[in-house]
Design a protein around this ligand. Structure first.
Ligand SMILES: Cc1cc2nc3c(=O)[nH]c(=O)nc-3n(C[C@H](O)[C@H](O)[C@H](O)COP(=O)(O)O)c2cc1C
Length: 254
């Protein structure tokens, strides 16, 4: 059995397979809905996602127009646009009594096991660098600044130039225990399924703000996880997507 087949085998549900109790069933405490952060670091407010002035396009238009775009105009996004894109991909609509978060995307068991990081190259009013999106607070937490981050990110994404050209590259990190607590090893399948919904919302939402997106699965896992300071097994990069204003050729195409 190759490693992929082994993963499918080990994580399958089967009537003849004895399931160990999950940590939830053992009564262990639920992990937090988002990773803790240093409250001493000043966070950055994002425009209220319920009061944004975003052009109204139909869902059908967005679906029909969507395709992967790897070249971008060198033009900044506004904070409004960024707020809207973050809301569309991971916005928290409610924190329930369970507690769990209900977001703009679905997630198996509402586990919502992701943290969103942004490589910001060109957003008006934001210093370039890496930020973490605090989904519950709808704010940005600065993670690192410095020269050369887009070039380093592109290198870790297998030299894909669109990362260097992007206004923002979204980096979605999975925090597996948030799902494993309930679903044991089966949880890992759900993480990859959940990630697809998030990126699809980015593709569709981007259409309303004249942006193009390219999903990215080609990245050096260990290098990127280490670069972002992730501790082994706590979180790992599951998916990325570059985004920027569409080039003139795309705008003419409509
Ligand atoms: C899971 C996934 C991973 C992808 N990874 C990459 C990638 O690393 N680099 C890239 O250029 N495109 C990537 N793509 C984009 C696909 O190449 C693209 O969706 C496909 O060619 C179909 O084109 P369309 O999106 O324009 O319809 C990825 C798409 C998906 C769904």
């Amino acid at each position: 059995m190759d490693s992929g087949q082994q993963f499918l085998h080990d994580t399958r549900y089967a009537s003849d397979k004895e399931e160990e109790p999950s940590d939830q069933q053992k009564g262990l405490p639920q992990p937090p809905l988002e990773l803790p952060f240093d409250v001493a670091v000043p966070v950055i407010d994002l425009p209220d996602p319920h009061a944004l002035n975003i052009p109204d396009i139909t869902l059908q238009e967005a679906i029909n127009r969507r395709h992967s775009i790897r070249l971008y105009r060198d033009e900044p996004l506004s904070m409004q646009e960024l707020s809207y894109l973050l809301w569309s991909t991971q916005g928290v609509k409610a924190v329930t009594a369970r507690p769990c978060t209900l977001r703009t995307v679905p997630s198996g068991g509402a586990r919502h096991s992701f943290e969103t990081y942004l490589m910001v190259r060109s957003v008006a009013g934001l210093e370039p660098g890496i930020y973490r999106f605090l989904a519950i607070e709808h704010k940005l937490l600065p993670v690192m600044h410095g020269q050369g981050i887009p070039a380093q990110m592109a290198r870790m994404c297998k030299g894909q130039k669109m990362v260097e050209l992007s206004a923002v590259t979204f980096i979605w990190a999975a925090v597996p225990y948030r799902s494993v607590w309930r679903y044991r090893q089966r949880a890992y399948r759900g993480l990859f399924l959940d990630a697809g919904h998030v990126c699809q919302n980015l593709y569709l939402a981007a259409e309303a703000v004249d942006c193009g997106v390219c999903a990215i699965n080609a990245f050096e896992d260990d290098d990127l996880n280490a670069y972002l300071g992730f501790e082994a097994e706590q979180q790992f990069v599951i998916y990325c997507a570059s985004l920027g204003k569409k080039p003139e050729s795309e705008r003419a195409a409509g």
